[in-house]
Design a binder for this molecule. Structure first.
Ligand code: ADP
Ligand code: ASP
Ligand code: MG
Length: 420
């Protein structure tokens, strides 16, 4: 018998039929003798619908009220799923984030979880009940509802698994694991049996939305065994009561066991469509210039990603950086003011760019990956606009029209496809 936290994403609970299927699946785990804590997302499309509603009232809605609105999607799903379980004779209780006291800081729209009260959940579990918790939401110390950022139900699940010291946290979604790249872009992408926390963290932060980045951080920090699985496959039992190891596909395990893994050069390719870049041209080149440009941008709550500075021989410098596409207009406004103050020549921008990244711990011990990447893109006549590297990743920024072509070409050049 195990304690398992199971999270079902929007598509997996997207219709009443699918909610009934999830209830059947949970029933099979109960039959196997496992204790189950369930975390659910809003039904697919619901959170987007709520976002649109908010924006139809106010372009920049008040953050507190925005969270009150967005958190309602998950409340619908917990109730429906609990009804479906109870109908099957599986005793279940639904809880909002406030009710199980998922305490967060007060950063509305992207709050961080600080603690979770496990007492009430323990007593339900001891009473043989399935607990169904609303993902993506918490409560701050003043009793205000908060939300954890888009995709935040993954983080709720991992945090609950950590608090309850669950045997495993299973993230059920519409693909049967983490693939070498998004299978919607590369149909012959390969499912990974295992991926290291470090690589998964890079993949998530570089744009692979299969897991929210904070969920991976949390799992790494609290040592939570984390697995990504499909909610449409046969259930997978780590320890079937009949002694079988596994029934259905075992998805992808996020693991620490770097040494045991076959050391692939590249584990995966991540990409991010939400990029934009800004350049301030002809800034007088003197100490403090980076601070006087990036300081005001940071102060307006815009996160900066890649940065490049080029020095000209006329004593001026050009400064380019990337931001999230949603922040493009705001960042451009701030930068235009900075340009006027500094006596810079011009501000130019482009919000039709994307970032493609190769990720793999195998890069540490191999040279030549960057040049192979650049050669592959050159052969497809794809112009590289910016480059950034770290020990286990190489990222390039390219025009958005080359996203699919670039990802497919790299996927094949590095031999990542499914071998038949
Ligand atoms: P959920 O609603 O269940 O949280 P998401 O849409 O957030 O599901 O995440 C699953 C999606 O992530 C998949 O449908 C897939 O298109 C996308 N995805 C992006 N990169 C990858 C990857 N490397 N492996 C698997 N899925 C990926
Ligand atoms: N419903 C929220 C969203 O769409 C949270 C989640 O699904 O994880 O972002
Ligand atoms: Mg998700």
């Amino acid at each position: 018998m195990a304690l398992i936290v199971q999270k079902f994403g929007g598509t997996s609970v997207g219709t009443v039929d699918r909610i009934e299927n999830v209830a059947d699946r949970i029933g099979k785990f109960r039959d196997n003798g496992d204790d189950i804590v369930v975390v659910v997302s809003a039904m697919s499309g619901e959170t987007n619908r709520l976002v649109e509603l908010a924006h139809s009232i106010d372009e920049k809605p008040e953050a507190r009220e925005y969270d009150v609105l967005l958190s309602t999607g998950e409340q619908v799903t917990i109730a429906l799923l609990s009804m479906a379980l109870n109908k099957r004779g599986i005793s279940a209780r639904s809880y909002t984030g406030t009710q199980v006291h998922i305490l967060t800081d007060s950063t509305h729209n992207k709050a961080r979880i600080l603690s979770i009260e496990e007492k009430k959940m323990r007593s339900d579990l001891n009473g043989g009940r399935v607990i169904v918790v609303a993902g993506f939401q918490g409560v701050d110390e003043h009793g205000n509802i908060t939300t954890l950022g888009r995709g935040g139900s993954d983080t709720t699940a991992v945090a609950l698994a950590a608090a309850l010291k669950a045997d495993e946290c299973q993230i059920y979604t519409d693909v049967d694991g983490v693939y070498t790249t998004d299978p919607r872009v590369v149909p012959d992408a390969r499912r990974l049996e295992k991926i290291t926390f470090e690589e998964m963290l890079e993949m998530a932060s570089l744009g692979s939305k299969v897991l929210q980045i904070r969920a991976v951080e949390f799992a790494g920090k609290y040592n939570v065994p984390l697995r990504v699985l499909s909610s449409f496959d046969e259930p997978y039992f780590a320890n079937n009561k009949n002694g079988n190891e596994s029934d259905g596909s075992n998805g992808t395990l996020i693991t620490y066991e770097e040494d045991e893994m076959e050391q692939a050069l590249i584990s995966g390719i991540a990409f991010n469509r939400d990029e934009a870049k800004l350049t301030i041209l002809g800034v007088p080149d003197k100490p403090g210039v980076a601070y006087s440009i990036l300081g005001p941008v940071g102060d307006s709550n815009v996160e900066i990603d890649m940065i490049i500075q080029n020095i000209s021989d006329d004593g001026t410098t050009d400064f380019t950086f990337t931001v999230h596409r949603n922040d493009f207009v705001e960042a451009k406004k701030v930068l235009s003011k900075v340009a006027a103050d500094l006596g810079a020549r011009e501000v130019v921008g482009d919000d039709k760019i994307v970032k493609i990244s190769l990720v793999g711990v195998g890069m540490r011990s191999h040279a030549g990956i960057a040049s192979k990447m650049f050669k592959t893109l050159a052969e497809e006549s794809i112009n590289i606009i910016m480059i950034s590297t770290s020990e286990i990743k190489i990222s390039v920024v390219v025009d958005e029209k080359y996203l699919e072509l670039g990802v497919r070409a790299l996927h094949s050049a590095f031999g990542l496809e499914e071998k038949v």
